[in-house]
Design a protein around this ligand. Structure first.
Ligand SMILES: [Fe+2]
Length: 429
């Protein structure tokens, strides 16, 4: 006998996390009874929990249009759906609606902080996390958001104030070390460096700081991550059989089709990037799945090539279950460049150059590696650098601890890069 679908049976299915049944059941019930708010809400929730963000977004928008009254949670959930679609502007619009209805909501202010951060709006980000902290003075996400905001603004005192209130994590420790370094606290810096070198977890930012300090303070670089990162920069060019131009164009058009929020960030000149909480490799399009597998293959080969090296970077390489491969797109326009930076959350970093404009002068649009960057004080010392020449379809793989930058270019065409990192899971904290 076919079971009758009722609101109660759907709620039971929802509690049992049978979201597929809930989605189907809600749709058939709504065909018979069109004005059933609880059913519409169940459907939208089941969709979001099944990661069907596009449909879920439409379902929540439908609720707002269809009903006069509904819970303000609809705004929060709609903001979540947009966030998962990497549409930060619309996500922000509905997060603000939610906070307008819930002026004392911790999760509302944390969401605002996350979105202002993704959109590169430092002042608003700070205010949101301050509000969250006023509601819960020990809230980890708020403390982390604030220390990160001050760090981005190069206010190391401010960053330190919120870092020391956080529980101990690799991220906290490496950022404390960086703050001491920027503030010129040589003794505190070296003591912290000694402490971190005894720990099990190796961190690229600590490696970067240790290398930088070895030049600045004329001291030995004893950190075990990757003392000679220039030795492990790998430049790959592929044949048409391995990675063909039509495939690259397909990837570009699929990504463009999503209309992601491309946001500015302070390292980018005349350029934007997708990032925030987003990951290009979460897209389910065939060409992105193929591209991810291709990149994973090259990473595996890179690792195998150096597997006998007596370097922490290779010896302590995280297991594939213990890291995520995260990718984002950087779009540079004429005159664009990317200032020196490292990927402090990464382990291995890389870039696949989807479109590199013709060079009008030598080295335009190429990548430069260096031991200096991050606006760290150099005390007038000389730091080594090296340039890798690029054309469309090239890939570069390198330890996440080394500074790199893009040399400005003058061509009219935009320069599109898929940047990626292996990010150990402990960096999520
Ligand atoms: Fe980078």
């Amino acid at each position: 006998m076919v079971k009758a679908i009722t609101l109660q049976s759907l709620q039971d299915d929802f509690k049992a996390q049978n979201y597929r049944d809930v989605i189907q059941g809600c749709k058939s019930l709504l065909e018979k009874e069109t004005n059933l708010l609880e059913c519409d809400l169940l459907l939208a929730s089941a969709l979001i929990l099944s990661k069907e963000y596009l449909e879920s977004k439409d379902a929540y928008l439908g609720i707002i249009k269809k009903y006069q009254q509904f819970s303000s949670d609809v705004y929060y959930n709609l903001s979540s759906a947009y966030l998962n679609l990497y549409n930060y502007k619309d996500s922000l619009f509905y997060a603000r609606q939610y906070v307008n209805h819930n002026t004392n909501s911790l999760m509302g202010y944390l969401r605002l902080g996350e979105l202002y951060s993704a959109l590169g709006l430092a002042g608003e980000r700070k205010m949101s996390y301050m509000m969250a902290l006023s509601l819960d003075p020990e809230n980890f996400a708020a403390l982390k958001g604030l220390s990160e905001t001050f760090r981005v603004e190069s206010d190391s005192e401010g960053a330190l104030k919120y870092l020391i209130q956080q529980k101990k994590t690799p991220r906290r420790d490496m950022n404390i070390l960086e703050a001491h370094y920027k503030l010129g606290n040589k003794l505190l810096f070296n003591n912290k460096l000694l402490e971190l070198n005894k720990e099990e977890v190796l961190l690229p930012l600590v490696a970067c700081l240790s290398a930088h300090a070895s030049v600045r303070f004329s001291q030995k670089d004893n950190y075990k991550f990757c003392p000679n990162p220039f030795n492990y920069i790998q430049h790959l060019s592929f044949s048409e059989g391995e990675l063909n131009k039509n495939f690259i164009e397909e990837v570009i058009s699929v990504i463009e089709g999503y209309n992601f929020s491309y946001t500015p960030q302070n390292l980018l000149i005349k350029g934007t990037q997708t990032l925030g909480p987003g990951n290009i490799f979460n897209l389910k399009d065939n060409c992105i799945i193929k591209l991810k597998a291709f990149i994973e293959g090259r990473i595996q080969e890179y690792r195998n090539l150096y597997k006998t090296e007596d370097v922490g970077f290779f010896k302590k390489w995280p297991n594939s279950n213990d890291y995520d491969l995260k990718g984002w797109i950087i779009d540079l326009k004429t005159g664009g460049s990317l200032k020196r930076h490292i990927h402090k959350e990464g382990w291995l970093s890389g870039s696949l150059y989807l479109r590199v404009p013709e060079k009008e002068k030598s080295n335009e649009g190429d990548i430069m590696f260096s031991l200096d960057g991050g606006v760290y004080p150099t005390d007038g010392k000389f730091y080594k650098d090296s340039i890798v020449g690029l054309t469309t379809g090239d890939m570069v793989l390198f330890p996440s601890s080394i500074f790199h930058s893009t040399i400005p270019f003058s061509a009219k065409e935009s320069r599109i890069t898929l940047a990626f990192d292996i990010i150990p899971k402990y960096m999520k904290e």
